[in-house]
Design a protein around this ligand. Structure first.
Ligand SMILES: NC(=O)C1=CN([C@@H]2O[C@H](COP(=O)(O)OP(=O)(O)OC[C@H]3O[C@@H](n4cnc5c(N)ncnc54)[C@H](OP(=O)(O)O)[C@@H]3O)[C@@H](O)[C@H]2O)C=CC1
Ligand SMILES: O=C(O)[C@@H]1CCC=N1
Length: 265
């Protein structure tokens, strides 16, 4: 697949790395980024090519991975560089398909996607929303692009902010919990490297159980919680401090922010 990636920051770079590790031929990937040293770094690391937006003419798919406030400007700048069938993918949070359709040449196939940074390791989770008039083959191509770096669901645009609240932004919540647990270990007298090793492997093990056991988070949590034991004492404290309510509120805030970004000029 011939890919033009516009914006090679945290998320664009993670996708690129996942694609190449997953077997995408780097010679068929062109990176466009306003920060030239970043492009040079990716060219050296992966063997992709650096170029400008005119390369979009040769692409099967153009992935727009710039910041949300930049994306409509970039979409407009693609005018004249796109072939009619070139599929455009936006990964910007809070930018509705309707605005992308308006900014792109009439009839240009466009998809709205919300990936996450574990795509870097082929363990991403992405949501795909098909734009108006797109074909089944185009959707299969976009899903294939995201499946190459993890798992993919096709959803309605009405649910993309909710998906962002769980999987798009979700890795940050888990890193935040990991940071706090390391800090707790240091408070208990462990060295930082010791605490980090314990926390990291606990996340790896718990994530693998969630993924591979087929059991719910509730059942897995109950199996750790011996009656009257240490875990029950810890979980009671989490409840007393409103951690469950805080997570509900955090996802709600994420969803509200997505909606607010959608209505920004
Ligand atoms: N980070 C994440 O976990 C996720 C991010 N996203 C979405 O991905 C998009 C990018 O986010 P993120 O990677 O975090 O942001 P970054 O700022 O890390 O990356 C954006 C990159 O695009 C470059 N850029 C800006 N304008 C242009 C332009 N006109 N042409 C080419 N390149 C340009 C920026 O350069 P410069 O710095 O010089 O402006 C920067 O290198 C956002 O829309 C975000 O909503 C979606 C899912 C997850
Ligand atoms: O924080 C953000 O806006 C982006 C979208 C999802 C993850 N990062």
């Amino acid at each position: 697949m011939r890919i033009v990636l516009v914006g090679a920051g945290a998320m664009g770079g993670a996708l690129l790395s996942g694609w190449v590790a997953g077997g995408q031929d780097p010679a068929d990937v062109v990176v466009v980024d306003s920060y030239t040293p970043r492009v040079n770094e990716l060219v050296a690391e992966f063997g992709v090519r650096g170029a400008d937006l005119n390369e979009a003419a040769e692409a099967d798919v153009v992935v727009l991975a710039v910041k949300p406030h930049q994306i409509l400007g970039v979409a407009k700048a693609l005018d004249g560089a796109l072939r009619p069938g070139t599929v455009v993918v936006s990964i910007a949070a809070g930018v509705p398909l309707a605005k992308l359709v308006d900014a792109l040449p009439e009839g240009q196939p466009v998809f709205r996607v919300m990936p996450n940074t574990p795509a870097l390791l082929g363990k991403g989770m992405s949501g795909v929303v098909a734009g108006p008039g797109t074909s089944q083959d185009q959707q299969l191509m976009v899903v294939g692009l995201l499946d190459a770096v993890g798992r993919t669901v096709v959803i309605d645009e009405d649910h993309i902010d909710a998906l962002t609240g769980l999987s798009g932004s979700g890795p940050a919540y888990l890193f935040y919990v990991a940071e706090a647990m390391v800090e707790a270990g240091v408070h208990q007298g462990l060295t930082r490297p010791e605490a980090t090793a314990l926390v990291n492997q606990t996340f790896v093990g718990a994530a693998a159980m969630l993924d591979e056991s087929g059991d719910s988070a509730t059942l897995l949590r109950e199996r750790v919680t011996s009656p009257g034991g240490t875990t029950a004492a810890a979980l009671r404290t989490l409840d007393d401090h409103g951690v469950r309510a805080a997570l509900l509120a955090a996802v709600e805030a994420c969803v509200e922010r997505g909606a607010q970004m959608a209505s920004d000029g």
